[in-house]
Design a binder for this molecule. Sequence first.
Ligand SMILES: Cc1cc2nc3c(=O)[nH]c(=O)nc-3n(C[C@H](O)[C@H](O)[C@H](O)COP(=O)(O)OP(=O)(O)OC[C@H]3O[C@@H](n4cnc5c(N)ncnc54)[C@H](O)[C@@H]3O)c2cc1C
Length: 355
Amino acid sequence: MRAVQKNVPLRNLTTIGLGGNARFFYECESTTDIVECLNFVRKNNLPILPLGGGSNIVFADEGYDGLVCKIGLRGLIFTEERDTTLVSAMAGENWDDLVCSCIEKGLGGLECLSGIPGSVGAVPVQNVGAYGQEVKDSIELVTCLDRNDGSEILFSVSDCEFDYRSSRFKKKDKDRYIVIRVNFRLKNQASPGISFPEVQRWIDEKFGNDFLSYSPADALKKTREAVISLRRKKSMVVDSADPNSRSAGSFFMNPVVSQSLCDRIRASYPDLPFFPAPGGCKIPAAYLIDRSGIDRSYRIGGAGLSANHSLAIVNFGGSAKDVLALAAWIEKRVEKLFGIALQTEPVIVGNNDHD
Ligand SMILES: Cc1cc2nc3c(=O)[nH]c(=O)nc-3n(C[C@H](O)[C@H](O)[C@H](O)COP(=O)(O)OP(=O)(O)OC[C@H]3O[C@@H](n4cnc5c(N)ncnc54)[C@H](O)[C@@H]3O)c2cc1C
């Protein structure tokens, strides 16, 4: 094992740019490296945290008193099998590069997930989704290492217990497995899966009826262009030139509430959008925040809402404490007005009140 680094600043490893130091840090390039990290933490009685692109995590200002293990395993294999292609991607591959490569090859299923930051290994953890697509619909197999003994274990899609921004890796097996490889099954020469009116509108405005004459491969590329353009407008593409993109993406999940609560809210807010979901109705957290009278220019310390997206809390030069105080303030306002407890989407690490 190469030397474990000490006192490594976490803020440089996260998109929100926050967090103190990792007491120990190691960049794993192989499964052997991960197993050695597991042995290291077992021997020293420390916690371990696998880190990908750091785009869905908020570390405490005090840092992480354990080993942060950056998952840098690389490798990408495309195997064509009749009308589909099996894409086997190691966990440290960059997610958006993978999406782009698949689109270049005319493979459909991931195009609406263009522009999402982070690594391949993290996508099953919260069943990444956007613009009507979820990664669960393209995943075939997730290969993990068990943190308890370093053994390899395979999970089929149904084993993963995927749900809205969730999976077994976030729920019952939180902190148990490290994802090392994800296999995707994608359709060859596929037409794009456009189900989101916003994407369709963008395409209609830009390409009109010409879009219908594009080859499937070109249509996938244009769909990627649409999604990235829409995301950019909302500062949902990480860009060092865009201060509003210094975030962890959406800070709150869209709540699922009972039909009766949804009806009660709609009695006062008839324009509340809602979508049928298991257990009731899913309603947009952004609507609740906007209607709670939360001014996007309001700041706690250096934390504020994105000027371009009411779900993103942005680090404009503050601390994790500021971000979490703002999140708590928003949660309180929404709960008071609507009786709904918002759930945070990013993983909050080492901030005792929020763990
Ligand atoms: C601007 C912006 C836009 C975003 N838009 C979207 C969006 O549209 N849809 C969406 O779903 N998400 C979105 N996100 C959130 C985020 O990009 C995704 O959740 C992404 O998959 C996180 O990947 P990561 O590698 O950065 O994970 P990290 O932030 O590094 O880690 C997140 C969690 O996963 C765990 N983890 C990471 N790698 C592994 C592994 N190999 N094995 C086990 N656990 C692991 C970490 O321990 C941590 O608990 C956005 C974020 C930003 C900043």
